[in-house]
Design a protein around this ligand. Structure first.
Ligand code: ADP
Ligand code: ASP
Ligand code: MG
Length: 414
């Protein structure tokens, strides 16, 4: 019997009516002869609400207690979906993260190590539909751990690989992966297929339709992955290892936008070996990852400026980590800005065509958009700009790279 994982995001779990329609869809897959595991998110807005409550309770809270609070959203929807399925005549039960998902690393951003699949195997072979809360697992010290925002996608892929499922379907509030966020550009085009490596860069660049780690895991394990609408029966997007030869390809697959960036600039640091390391080491020590980095010597003065970006929510902690080391680092001024954003072009075409990066910068220049930092990988070029100019930048690049659909994308804004 084919085994499938179906993952439903927050919008499709928001309220009993929607949970009923999810249940009906799950029952259809079971009736079609599949063994079904369902991974669910908390109701839309619930995780934000829980995060806010933690902040109000204590600004510098214990991450383990934070996880106790924020993991609760998925427990509620898992139980509700299992009940709803039972009410519709199915055999279904929920499992919780502590029973199945072993995780390690920082609380609030834990990584999945293994899936205990024996109980799931037993349930599935007895005809039971397994409902599993996403976003949660159990840490090495036996406490509930969450997997970072958007982590239910990663739960779904990890469970799919753990139970050797035939595929993992991600049901969400858009009907597939588009050339850019259809909420920013209504003329974005739905992609029938996208390669794992391009999807990885789009997600890393801020396209939250899939959590980056879920794509990396599916790519590594060769797990077939699809993005589908939770509301409409239309074909979605397949994430594939190799694009079908028949697929007509634009050299740029898509444009990603990321508002989760904050900039830190240190001026007047010594222009000597080890200066950059002295700044970044205290940031790494507090578990914050740095994204873009620009380091430039000030001509003839023996001093240099260093600019880098960190996730916006980590700005305060990053700033105090540097200030604590001020004497050891030695700098003139520490400036921060949390009104910046990153725009990226992604496509395997970038590898062989240097004019694509040039075209990106020309397009931004024509719109008088100033570049605060630039970074690139083999198949991605990113620019840091003012947040207020992000939507304009995304639209301009989408048009410049010929990605606009001829008509408004249907189903783009569900
Ligand atoms: P879920 O709750 O189902 O996990 P998310 O809100 O995490 O849903 O992800 C879906 C959202 O991702 C869409 O509503 C859309 O606004 C956004 N998005 C960003 N980039 C893209 C893209 N390239 N294609 C499709 N959706 C995108
Ligand atoms: N509910 C969690 C979040 O909002 C996990 C998820 O939905 O993927 O981040
Ligand atoms: Mg999500």
């Amino acid at each position: 019997m084919p085994r499938i994982v179906m993952k439903f995001g927050g919008t499709s779990m928001a309220g009993i009516e929607r949970i009923r329609s999810v249940a009906a869809r799950v029952m259809r897959e079971a009736a079609a002869g599949n063994q079904v595991l369902v991974v669910v998110s908390a109701m839309a807005g619930e995780t934000d609400r829980l995060v806010q409550l933690c902040r109000e309770a204590s600004a510098l809270h214990d991450h383990k207690e934070f996880d106790v609070v924020v993991a609760s959203g998925e427990q509620v929807t898992a139980g509700l979906l299992a009940m709803t399925l039972q009410g519709m005549g199915a055999t279904a039960r929920s499992f919780l993260g502590w029973q199945l998902v072993r995780a390690s690393g920082t609380h609030g951003n834990a990584r999945i190590q293994t899936i205990e699949s024996a109980m799931l195997d037993e349930a599935l072979s007895g005809g039971t539909i397994a409902v599993i809360p996403g976003f949660q697992g159990v840490s090495e010290d036996g406490r509930v751990a969450t997997l970072g925002r958007g982590g239910s996608d990663t739960s779904a892929v990890a469970i799919a690989t753990g139970v050797k499922a035939d595929r993992c379907d991600i049901y969400t509030d858009v009907d597939g992966v588009y050339t850019t966020d259809p909420r920013i550009v209504p003329r974005a085009t739905k992609l029938a297929q996208i390669s794992f490596e391009e999807m990885l860069e789009l997600a890393g660049g801020g396209a939250k339709v899939l959590q980056t780690r879920s794509v990396a895991l599916a790519m590594r394990k060769g797990m077939p992955l699809r993005v589908l609408s939770a509301f409409e029966d239309v074909s979605g997007t397949e994430i594939v290892a190799e694009m079908g030869a028949h697929m007509e390809r634009n050299s740029i697959a898509g444009i990603a936008a990321d508002r989760n960036e904050a900039r830190i600039t240190l001026t007047g640091i010594a222009d000597r070996p080890g200066a950059v390391a002295a700044v970044l080491a205290p940031i790494a020590e507090v578990g914050i990852s740095v994204d873009m980095i620009v380091h430039a010597a000030t001509a003839g003065e023996g001093a240099s400026d260093l600019t880098f970006t960190v996730p916006r929510a980590s700005l305060t902690v990053a700033r105090s980590a540097i200030e604590r080391e001020r004497d050891a680092i030695g700098y003139a001024a520490l400036l921060t800005d949390d009104t910046v954003a990153k725009v990226s072009i992604v496509g395997v075409g970038i590898r062989s065509n240097p004019s694509l990066a040039a075209k990106m910068f020309e397009t931004l220049a024509e719109r008088r958009i100033n570049l605060l930092a630039v970074s690139s990988s083999e198949i991605k070029v990113s620019a840091l700009i003012a947040e207020g100019e992000l939507d304009l930048a995304v639209r301009a690049l989408h048009t410049a790279f010929g990605l606009d659909a001829p008509t408004v994308a249907a189903g783009a804004a569900a």
